[in-house]
Design a protein around this ligand. Structure first.
Ligand code: ADP
Ligand code: ADP
Ligand code: ZN
Length: 220
């Protein structure tokens, strides 16, 4: 497969963007670019971006377009992105989608596809409140849908410390879902107009979602 593809994963919180982006990265060498992960690293480091983003993230609201666009513009200039990339959690608004299109046009790099992972709202609270990750390697798990093979031990690295995100609680999920429908969902229409939108059913089992996405990738 041509590995220099650039794609966007779109979908509500908990639809499986991070889970699938990691699998695509492992299978293809394309780089996962998660703006949520970048922001959490900035918060942990106490950098200027982190200081601006912390409270907004904890409240489940969206960080300002300017801050996010600057962060992504810097990231996609890095040499590893020449291998192709999977945007996970960006763009999340029409101004972000327009800014991304401008950045890529400047480098004569087309966007190859935008994949919507479609999951209805009624699945989301359970997805989010059951989510946790390995504190050492970041591997993702779920209380019900993706348990480690051995209870309390990470499949990937053997560590036994796990963590949950501060914003993964029921109240914040409702705010995040509202932001998704109001501000983010319009980008689905943006990519549909651009002729590069593909939709996969995100309510399938994790492995089946991966198969659907790999099928779409092969067709791009
Ligand atoms: P996102 O990055 O879109 O917020 P994640 O990939 O972190 O979503 O997935 C949210 C939670 O749901 C995680 O705990 C993950 O293990 C679980 N999950 C992901 N995809 C599925 C699926 N297809 N079916 C059931 N659970 C899933
Ligand atoms: P999820 O996995 O639940 O979809 P993310 O990890 O992608 O969440 O993002 C966590 C939080 O970081 C968001 O609720 C938001 O506050 C902020 N964030 C991440 N990406 C963006 C973005 N592109 N634009 C604005 N805010 C963002
Ligand atoms: Zn681990």
């Amino acid at each position: 497969m041509n590995a220099t593809k650039r794609i966007v994963l779109i979908g509500p919180p908990g639809c499986g963007k991070g889970t699938q982006a990691k699998r695509i990265e492992e299978a293809t060498g394309m780089v996962q670019l998660s703006t949520g992960d970048m922001l959490r690293a900035a918060v942990a480091a106490g950098s200027p971006i982190g200081l601006k983003a912390k409270a907004v993230m904890e409240a489940g609201q969206l960080v300002s377009d300017d801050l996010i666009i600057g962060m992504v513009a810097d990231r996609i200039k890095q040499p590893d992105c020449a291998k192709g990339f999977i945007l996970d959690g960006f763009p999340r608004s029409i101004p972000q989608a327009e800014a991304l299109a401008r950045m890529l046009a400047e480098n004569q790099q087309p966007m190859n596809g935008a994949i919507e992972i479609r999951v209805p709202d009624q699945f989301i609270v359970e997805r989010i409140t059951g989510r946790y990750t390995c504190a050492k390697c970041g591997a993702g798990y779920h209380d019900k849908f993706q348990k480690p093979k051995q209870d309390g031990v990470c499949d990937k690295c053997g560590a036994s410390e796990f963590s949950r995100r501060k914003d993964d609680n029921e109240e914040t999920v409702r705010t995040r879902l509202g932001a998704y429908h109001d501000v983010t969902a319009p980008i689905v229409g943006f990519y549909e107009k651009g002729g590069i939108l593909k939709v996969v059913d995100g309510t399938q089992a994790i492995d089946d979602v991966t198969k659907s996405i790999m099928g779409v990738l092969g067709s791009l």
